[in-house]
Design a protein around this ligand. Structure first.
Ligand code: NAD
Ligand code: MG
Length: 395
């Protein structure tokens, strides 16, 4: 069997390192040909030492020089390339079969599109890329003949509950139910939410993840992005995507079929399961994740998401019904607001105000063209607008 030649975009992140954990269990199946990072030169070097990729990518000459020095010292011949364009070229390169898209944020979109257009097997963790790219992203997958495999645990769950033949999905699905843990503040008093610190917000009860998605889980903007992601992955109307809070994170999502039957996928909350499924689809391989112990399991409970506590969640359906481009504005505003919250510039509850106000201000100006350049331009404008909104919020 030929080994799958794998590029991991964002290999030093939470999903990236979990992907390498799974890959390391199956050296006969996978060859790591490319690894990339934004900041972590030390970790990227360690990964190069273990997996001996042909290429590594960093964003600046300075970091690249640092990595080259470390590689030379260790006698490794990994070629180091620089910048966002290097990511795009590598994602579409002939020596790559599969691309794990695990960069965080809209910054991952151009490389995802390149992989899609080049017909790669595209493992998508980078939900923001699909939220921004929308129809353009899905068209690129179609035109390029790419195989798009969801890695987000909820979307992997839905995908695992559906037959391989996509043409049957519309006839089978009545609606889908995305589960949400409710994050760390599910039971915290509403009136104390404004005082939450970044340290409190990034501690998730069930999952260990990067800082941005951890804050998104605390506001439930992560679920909002996932509703938008599901709309594109499974070609659903907004009405057919529902969300339920399930604090134990054992059921990862559900498909409610036309006949009333409900299909669910269960497992311990560990990203190695959806990653292993993406890597091996349509087969299954050992993931290394701990197994569910039914005898030790307590209740599985469900509750509706609290609208007052999680107002950001409800922006998803509004944005999907609004003109195209709206979801790109929402994503950009949220990236800026979360980054400002993490650096201590705005409070926790201000994240939602920034998102809602940026949408209000920019939505009426939306144009009709949505190519990559238009979307990147819209993303940049929304970030500028969000920063202005934040300035106005300061006392
Ligand atoms: P992370 O912050 O841990 O890692 C992000 C990776 O992207 C790092 O390798 C970083 O170096 C790289 N990166 C960051 N900014 C970049 C930029 N501008 N250009 C190029 N590279 C950049 O994030 P994560 O938690 O691994 O999440 C990655 C993606 O997967 C996100 O879109 C997230 O929503 C999604 N996701 C994560 C999880 C999880 O459990 N962590 C689960 C589902 C989906
Ligand atoms: Mg998820």
């Amino acid at each position: 069997m030929n080994r799958q030649r794998l590029l991991i975009l964002g290999s030093t992140g939470s999903v990236g390192t979990s992907t390498l954990d799974v890959v390391a269990r199956h050296p006969e199946r996978f060859e790591v040909v490319g690894l990339t990072s934004f900041r972590r030169v030390d970790l990227l070097f360690e990964q190069c030492r273990s997996f001996k990729p042909r290429v590594a990518v960093l964003p600046t000459e300075q970091r690249a020089a640092e990595l080259r020095g470390l590689l030379a010292g260790a006698g490794l011949d990994t070629e180091v390339r620089v910048g966002a364009q290097a990511l795009v070229e590598l994602a579409g390169a002939a020596e790559v079969d599969s691309v794990m898209a695990s960069i965080v944020g809209a910054a991952g979109l151009p490389a995802c599109l390149a992989a899609a257009r080049a017909g790669k097997r595209l493992l998508l963790a980078n939900k923001e890329a699909l939220v921004v790219g929308g129809a353009l992203f899905m068209q690129a997958v179609k035109d390029g003949g790419a195989t798009l495999l969801p890695i987000d645990s909820e979307h992997s769950a839905i995908f695992q509950c559906l037959p391989e033949d996509r043409n049957t999905w519309a006839r089978r699905i009545d609606h889908i139910v995305l589960t949400a843990s409710g994050g760390p503040f599910r039971q915290r008093r509403h009136d104390s939410l404004h005082g939450i610190t970044p340290e409190q917000a990034v501690v998730h009860p069930n999952w260990v993840m990067g800082r941005k998605i951890s804050v998104d889980s605390a506001t439930m903007m992560n679920k909002a992005l996932e509703v938008i992601e599901a709309r594109w992955l499974f070609d659903l109307t907004p009405e057919n995507i529902r969300v339920v809070v399930h604090p134990q994170s054992i059921i990862h999502s559900m498909v409610v079929c036309r006949d009333g039957s409900v299909l669910a996928q269960l497992g311990t909350p560990d990203m190695k399961v959806p990653i292993a499924y993406g890597l091996s689809f349509p087969e299954r391989i050992e993931s290394g994740a701990p197994r569910l112990d039914f005898m030790a399991m307590k209740d599985l409970s469900f509750e509706p998401p609290d609208r007052e506590r999680f107002p950001g969640l409800y922006l998803a359906w509004d944005a999907l019904r609004a003109p195209a481009g709206t979801t790109a504005i929402l994503n950009a505003a949220n990236e800026e607001a979360v980054s400002a919250f993490l650096s201590g510039t705005i409070g926790f509850t201000a994240i939602h105000s920034v998102n809602a106000r940026t949408l209000d201000r920019l939505q009426p100006q939306l144009g009709a063209s949505h190519g990559l350049d238009d979307l990147l331009d819209l993303d940049a404008r929304a970030r500028t607008e969000a920063r202005q909104v934040m300035k106005a919020l300061q006392p």
